[in-house]
Design a protein around this ligand. Structure first.
Ligand code: SF4
Length: 428
């Protein structure tokens, strides 16, 4: 299936009735130097207490939804256990989480159920339990198949160990296997990046996520690089220009190997897109449980074509980023939790929904349909965005193809600038 053909199959139609569930398991065996996620190393007792808290949060979800006046579909068609390293859970803990979920929700027989895992950190017993619970997709945090690069950022696995892990998981019956790769790691060169890409595309993986390393205050490596230090191998980071080149080369080369790009950071062989992650970009409802987990649920009362266009009114809310307030929080009320612990609740009305439709839609290679946006929002909003879009097309950052606005490769690299200019056009 060609790239465009594959992408055309991804629509938000009918997704309102089904829920995506994200479960955050924020524990790792050690902390990677580049990591800016809310994750860390904790004791076995802390993990056990967290699972108890998580199950209680799942049990109270219908009450929370009623209080917020949002729809909570009972039918779940995607579950994603992310982190952190969910593969470090014990089989009993994994079982408890799925039991809590099935008490409240109906997990569809054909649901996509993903477990994030670190290579070499999925015990046989946990893998058996995952299969028992219906896990059919595993996403491995590889980052690089080159040993020197993995070791530099604190990863304990080797490239050959990752290949063996993929073979083991396939033998165990997991057919949907993905890996994350990072462009811009210390010591990375165009040759070593090509080596990682070649291994990744030659071992039967079905999905690849390619991220550019973020150098910012939120990670130890980023902080060191910003002050010009050399701890954490910060002196060996490639330049921003080289990192951008590595990303571009992945965007150009992976499709030639059968991995179609369908989103800024995501590539898949046909029929193996991440259905769960597509919900985020298509503004379909999902609920997150656990530390720093985010949710978007549709309002009970929706805008209608006759009154206010057809956009989806929604509420976004997030759990605390710190373990202590999450662990202590009164999760029966997101509003109380928001007031006391840094969690957030955001109403998504017409202008926010418009921004999201552009921002999230353009992340996908299939782009956005201005005609559809014009129907869902006001003609004025569309006209202003059209003006900015015309300029961006003349500059080669966007194209209008088959009636859809899409980013070019350069536009994907400068995504934030593109998005800002589209919205400034609307606000002006
Ligand atoms: S395993 Fe993943 S979540 Fe854990 S520290 Fe490393 S990058 Fe962060």
């Amino acid at each position: 299936m060609a790239v465009e053909e594959q992408n055309r199959t991804v629509t938000g139609v009918g997704l309102e009735a089904k829920l995506g569930v994200y479960i955050s398991v924020p524990f790792c065996r050690s902390k990677c130097s580049f990591c800016n996620f809310a994750s860390g190393v904790s004791s076995a007792a802390a993990v056990e207490a967290y699972v108890t808290r998580l199950c209680r949060e799942i049990a109270t979800a219908p009450g929370r939804a009623a209080e917020l006046r949002v729809q909570l579909p009972r039918l779940v068609d995607t579950v994603y256990l992310g982190g952190g390293t969910p593969s470090l859970l014990s089989p009993g803990q994994l079982r408890r989480i799925f039991s809590a979920l099935r008490e409240i929700f109906e997990v569809a027989g054909d649901a996509e159920i993903t477990l994030e895992a670190a290579p070499g950190q999925i015990g046989d017993a946990l893998l058996d339990e995952a299969l028992n619970q219906g896990v059919n997709r595993i996403s491995l945090g590889v980052q690089s198949f080159v040993d020197r690069e993995s070791a530099a950022v604190g990863r304990s696995h080797t490239g050959s160990g990752c290949v063996e892990e993929v073979q083991r998981l396939r033998r165990a019956g997991i057919r949907d296997l993905g890996a994350d790769l990072i462009a811009g790691l210390p010591y990375q060169t165009e040759a070593s990046w090509q080596c990682s890409l070649r291994v990744a595309t030659g071992i039967g993986l079905t999905h690849l996520s390619v991220y550019m390393l973020e150098v910012d205050e939120d990670s130890r490596l980023g902080r060191e690089a910003l002050v010009g230090g050399s701890r954490f191998h910060a002196h060996a980071l490639p330049s921003d220009e080289v990192t951008a080149t590595l990303y571009e080369s992945a965007c150009e080369w992976l499709p030639t190997q059968g991995f179609a790009q369908y989103e800024i950071s995501n590539f898949a062989v046909p029929e193996h897109l991440s259905r769960h992650n597509c919900k985020y970009w298509l503004r379909a409802p999902y609920i997150g449980f656990g530390l720093d987990a985010h949710s978007m649920l549709l309002r009970e009362e929706q805008a209608t074509e006759a009154t206010d266009g057809g956009f989806r009114r929604a509420l976004r809310f997030a759990n605390p980023e710190e373990l202590a307030p999450y662990q202590d929080g009164a999760c029966s009320s997101p509003f109380r939790m928001a007031a006391s612990s840094g969690a957030s609740v955001t109403e998504i009305g017409r202008s926010e929904a418009f921004e999201e439709a552009i921002f999230l839609g353009l992340r996908m290679n299939q782009g956005v349909s201005p005609a559809r946006i014009g129907e869902d929002f006001s003609a004025d909003m569309l006209a202003s965005a059209e003006c900015a879009a015309g300029e961006l097309m003349r500059e080669g950052l966007m194209v209008d193809q088959d009636g859809r606005w899409r980013l070019t490769l350069r536009g994907r690299l400068l995504f934030n600038e593109v998005f800002t200019r589209l919205l400034i056009g609307v606000a002006a």
